[in-house]
Design a protein around this ligand. Structure first.
Ligand SMILES: [Zn+2]
Length: 75
């Protein structure tokens, strides 16, 4: 009896079916994360000189290594 149950379970593989993800539930989070990514990209890549939001070079110095890592022109 137990062998029959084991062999039946082994012969029919159970497929894991992922739960459906509704787009309406994901869309606000995708927009929010995209907005945060754009803000981070701005501060890493363009916060310098005439387009700077904050005066001085503090933000530039904080993200300087990330700027070079992502290949933005710097100095
Ligand atoms: Zn640099």
């Amino acid at each position: 009896m137990a062998e029959a149950a084991v062999s039946a379970a082994a012969s029919t593989p159970s497929l894991a079916v992922p739960a459906p993800l509704p787009v309406r539930a994901v869309l606000p989070w995708a927009f929010f994360v995209g907005l945060l990514a754009l803000i981070a990209l701005y501060f890493v890549g363009a916060e310098q000189g005439a387009t700077s939001v904050f005066a001085g070079t503090d933000v530039h110095e904080w993200v300087h290594d990330g700027r070079h890592l992502l290949g933005f022109p710097c100095h």
